[in-house]
Design a protein around this ligand. Structure first.
Ligand code: SF4
Length: 311
């Protein structure tokens, strides 16, 4: 039998999962849309991966990362739960041990991680502004009437990218509508959007950070060839894009699950788990904390949100 490890990265837009072996080979992987329910998405994704897992594989560790990592960690009984910065750095270092800069743009947030000798020395994360993220690009693609997967191809056709004000979604949308109305070519508008995503990222998330090579670009938006092109052009450096870049957080947390295994074997039978969360306000003091109680098969297993640690 082969020991394997599951890593799940639960974001607000998509949920990614991988199962790796002791040599970091990816045995199975997939991603699905989170659709507002991280526990449902994680349950569905784990069931998909389980069905595809070869019979000789046995799960010896589970790790969770991403915005809903704690909740899904409880659902899956994970042996490790870590933030996205750590998971992305570990995943990337597994395949690129010399990496110095990780640029990441996901569905609804973006981050930069600076490393030296395999150690994180600086990072920044933008979770507040949607401008320049995957969700932003998807909504603009819809507005222009094209598939998001064709965005990069359109951008590469452009000879004269249109200037788009993308420092904020509201400005970008009105600018884009205006440019489309006055007759700019679709490919030029799309190339302009891709370029503005890069400039927005470098002027905000990466502000003040020393970007050193090797540079790796990952997250869902790294699949967009237009954005990749402008990162290379603006930085005037090679920017590596791994075909599994969108899975790097899940890979990283799977690696950590392996390193922190506790001698347990997991069945991945998650379909029948009854998992519920109940919210209530605590009136114990003027903080009025929003408490979230987590029940697994009707048993209270954890609660979040208490400022005093009472719950
Ligand atoms: S959980 Fe603690 S801090 Fe929060 S309202 Fe209740 S008593 Fe106050």
């Amino acid at each position: 039998m082969k020991d394997c490890y599951l890593g799940v990265d639960i974001g607000s837009i998509s949920t990614k999962g991988v199962i790796i072996d002791d040599e970091n080979n990816i045995i199975v992987s997939d991603y699905i849309w989170t659709e507002g329910s991280p526990t449902k998405a994680a349950t569905k994704l784990v069931s998909i991966l389980k069905d595809r897992l070869p019979e000789n594989c046995v799960i010896k560790g589970i790790g969770t990362t991403g915005s809903a990592r704690k909740l899904v960690g409880l659902l899956l009984d994970a042996n490790i739960v870590k933030n996205e910065i750590t998971a992305h750095a570990v995943g990337t270092l597994t395949f690129y041990p010399d990496v110095r800069t990780i640029l990441e743009i996901g569905g609804q947030d973006s981050k930069i991680i600076i490393l030296e000798n395999g150690i994180i020395t600086n990072y920044a994360m933008n979770t507040l502004c949607a401008a320049g993220t995957g969700a932003f690009l998807s909504s603009q693609a819809k507005r222009l009437g094209i598939e998001i997967n064709d965005f990069g191809t359109y951008a590469l056709k452009s000879k004269n990218p249109t200037k788009i004000a993308a420092r904020c979604t509201v400005f970008a949308e009105s600018d884009l509508v205006h440019k489309a109305q006055v007759g700019y070519l679709k490919e030029d508008i799309i190339a302009g959007l891709c370029k503005s995503v890069v400039l927005n990222y470098l002027n905000n998330v990466a502000k003040g950070k020393k970007i050193k090579t090797p540079i790796i670009f990952q997250g869902g938006v790294s699949k967009n060839k237009g954005v990749v092109k402008y990162f290379r052009e603006v930085l005037n450096e090679d920017v590596i894009v791994d075909e599994n870049g969108h899975l790097m957080g899940a890979i990283g947390i799977a690696v950590l699950a392996r390193k922190n295994k506790i001698g347990k074997t997991y069945s991945l039978n998650v379909k029948n788990i009854k998992f519920e969360t109940k919210a209530r306000e605590c009136l114990g003091c003027s903080n009025n904390c929003e408490l979230l109680k987590v029940y697994k098969n009707n048993e209270l297993i954890d609660s979040f949100g208490s400022k005093c640690g009472k719950f």
